[in-house]
Design a protein around this ligand. Structure first.
Ligand code: MV4
Length: 488
C-alpha cells in the first residue's frame, strides 16, 4: 500500500495521516468548502475539495470521493469513523473500483448493521445476550407474552437502530401496545425498516467494550476493554482503559466472548464489541461497531499498539505479529472529549471562533485535535474539536494527570465539555469506579460548574471593560459567576 485516501475530516483525518506518513504511505485528503483552512487539508500530501459543507455534497458523497480516488490513483481508502465508515454500499463500491477498503469485510458491516442479524449470527457462538427475543416481533399478544416471561421493565429496540436510536422502555403491560406502536413507526420513519425486538431492561449497567483485531488468516485477538459509561444522550464524554471493575478473570471471559462475536461475522481489521455489565458482573452482548472508534487512543496507550498501523498491516494481508498472551496492559489511560457544547445548557452545541487555544504538554499527555487558534467551528459537523488523553502508572495517577491537563488546557470562545469532564473525574463516584451509564442524570447538576466570583472582582472587571471599550456599558452574562473557569 503506497497511497491512501482518507474519507473523513477533523481530528481523525489528521490522526490517520500521522500514522500513514510514519509508514511512508502517501496521504490524500478530500475536504468540503467549510474545511478549506483545516489542519488536515494542509497536512495531507494531496488535497482535493469535493464540494459544499453539507455532508451529502462532500463527506457522504460516494461518487465524488471515488472520483478523487481514481484521479489520485490511491490503493486504499480509510473511512475513519462516522460518515461512510459503516456503509456497506460504500465498502462494496470501493472494492469494485479495485481499491482496498481499510475496514472490515462487507459481510461484517452488513450483519452488524442490523441488531437482529447480529444476534442470529452470534447465537451459536456462546455469547451471553440479554434475555428477550432474537426475532422480529410483530404480534402484540406474543410480544406481551415474551415481555411477561422476561419481566418488566423491558426495552423495545429497532433492529436497524443502534447507538440509542429507536429504543423505548416499557414499565408494565398497560403501556406495551402504545410503546410497541411508537417503536415500530419510529423504526419505519427513521430506518425504513420496522422490525423491532424485546430485551429485558438491564438496570444501572456499565458500558464496557472490547477492542478486537482480526487478520485475513483467521487470527482474532482482544486488546482489552474500555469503560465508556460516562456519557450523555449516547454521546460518550469520558473513556478509560482498563475498567476499574474488570479483573483478569472477567477480562478473559468478556474478551473471549468478543472474539467469538468477531468470528461469527468473519471479521477483519479492528472492531469493537459493546457489552452491558450489570451490578452482579453479568455481561451481555449489545452490538458491534465495525470501525475505528473515537476512544481508540486509550487502548493504544495501555497496549502500546498503534491501531491505525495495525489496520494498514491487516489490510495489506499481513498476519498479526503477536499472540493473545503477548498483549500488554500497562498502566491506566483516560480520554475526555472536548466538544463545543455547553454543559450548563443541556449540552447543546455552542459553536464559535476559537479565540485562544493552548494545549497542555507532558509525559503521557496526548491531544488528538483538528482545529487551530483563530478557526471557526463549522456548524454542519460533529461538535467534537479535540480529545485529551493521558496515561499514568495506575488509575490514581491518570486521574491526577488528567485534572492537571484539563486545568492547563486553554480554549476560549465558546463553552466546552472540559468543565463537565473535570467535575466527573473528581467525583467520588468516578474515583471509586462504581459509576454507571446513569452517572450524568444521577450526579450532575449544571450549577456545579459555576465558579462564584467576589463582588470586588466583578467590579474590577466592570471598570476594566468600560475603560478598554471607551465607556461602553458592559453586559454581564452572569454577574455572580466567572465566565473564564467555564471556558466560555
Ligand atoms: C440497553 C440498556 C439496558 N438494557 N439494553 C443504548 C445504546 C445501545 N447501544 C444500547 N443501549 C442500551 N441498551 C438493555 N437490554 C441500556 C442502554 C443504554 C446505554 C447503553 C450503553 C451506554 C449508554 C447507554 C445509555 C442509555 C441506555
Amino acid at each position: 500500500m503506497r497511497k491512501v485516501l482518507i474519507a473523513n475530516r477533523g481530528e481523525i483525518a489528521l490522526r490517520i495521516m500521522r500514522t500513514l506518513k510514519q509508514m511512508q504511505i502517501s496521504t490524500v485528503a478530500v475536504y468540503s468548502d467549510a474545511d478549506a483552512d483545516a489542519p488536515f487539508v494542509k497536512f495531507a500530501d494531496e488535497s482535493y475539495c469535493i464540494g459544499e459543507a453539507k455532508p451529502s455534497e462532500s463527506y457522504l458523497n460516494m461518487d465524488k470521493i471515488l472520483a478523487v480516488a481514481k484521479v489520485a490513483r490511491v490503493d486504499g481508502i480509510h473511512p475513519g469513523y462516522g460518515f461512510l465508515s459503516e456503509n456497506a454500499v460504500f465498502a462494496e463500491r470501493v472494492a469494485a473500483a479495485g481499491i482496498k477498503f481499510i475496514g472490515p469485510t462487507l459481510k461484517a458491516i452488513r450483519v452488524m448493521g442490523d441488531k437482529l442479524d447480529a444476534k442470529q449470527a452470534v447465537k451459536d457462538f456462546g455469547v451471553p445476550m440479554v434475555p428477550g427475543t432474537d426475532e422480529a416481533i410483530s404480534d402484540i399478544a406474543l410480544g406481551k407474552k415474551i415481555a411477561k416471561e422476561v419481566g418488566y421493565p423491558i426495552l423495545i429496540k429497532a433492529s436497524a437502530g443502534g447507538g440509542g436510536k429507536g429504543m423505548r422502555t416499557v414499565d408494565s403491560e398497560e403501556n406495551f401496545q402504545e410503546q410497541f406502536d411508537r417503536a415500530t413507526s419510529e423504526a419505519i420513519s427513521s430506518f425504513g425498516n420496522g422490525a423491532v425486538f424485546i430485551e429485558k431492561f438491564v438496570q444501572q449497567p456499565k458500558h464496557i467494550e472490547i477492542q478486537i483485531i482480526a487478520d485475513q488468516h483467521g487470527n482474532v485477538i482482544y486488546l482489552n476493554e474500555r469503560e465508556c459509561s460516562i456519557q450523555r444522550r449516547h454521546q460518550k464524554l469520558v473513556e478509560e482503559a482498563p475498567s476499574p471493575v474488570v479483573d483478569a478473570t472477567l477480562r478473559k471471559k468478556i474478551g473471549e466472548a468478543a472474539v467469538n462475536v468477531a468470528r461469527a461475522c468473519d471479521y477483519e481489521g479492528v472492531g469493537t464489541v459493546e457489552f452491558l455489565l450489570d451490578k452482579d458482573k453479568n455481561f451481555y452482548f449489545l452490538e458491534m461497531n465495525t470501525r475505528l472508534q473515537v476512544e481508540h487512543p486509550v487502548t493504544e496507550m495501555i497496549t502500546g499498539l498503534d491501531l491505525v498501523e495495525e489496520q494498514i498491516k491487516v489490510a495489506r494481508g499481513e498476519k498479526l505479529s503477536y499472540t493473545q498472551e503477548q498483549i500488554k496492559l500497562e498502566g491506566h489511560s483516560i480520554e475526555v472529549r472536548i466538544c463545543a457544547e455547553d454543559p450548563e445548557n443541556n449540552f447543546l452545541p455552542d459553536l464559535g471562533k476559537i479565540i485562544r487555544y493552548r494545549r497542555p504538554l507532558g509525559l503521557g499527555i496526548r491531544v488528538d485535535d483538528g482545529y487551530e487558534e483563530g478557526m471557526t467551528i463549522p456548524l454542519m459537523y460533529d461538535p467534537m474539536i479535540a480529545k485529551l488523553i493521558v496515561h499514568g502508572k495506575d488509575r490514581e495517577e491518570a486521574i491526577t494527570k488528567m485534572l492537571w491537563a484539563i486545568d492547563h488546557f486553554e480554549i476560549c470562545g465558546f463553552a466546552t465539555t472540559l468543565g463537565f469532564c473535570r467535575f466527573a473525574l473528581d467525583h467520588p463516584e468516578f474515583r471509586n469506579g462504581n459509576f454507571t451509564i446513569n452517572f450524568v442524570p444521577d450526579f450532575f447538576k449544571p450549577e456545579y460548574l459555576r465558579v462564584p466570583v467576589s463582588p470586588e472582582i466583578s467590579a474590577a472587571a466592570y471598570s476594566v471593560f468600560k475603560k478598554i471599550k471607551n465607556d461602553a456599558e458592559p453586559v454581564y452574562l452572569d454577574q455572580k459567576y466567572s465566565a473564564w473557569k467555564t471556558n466560555r
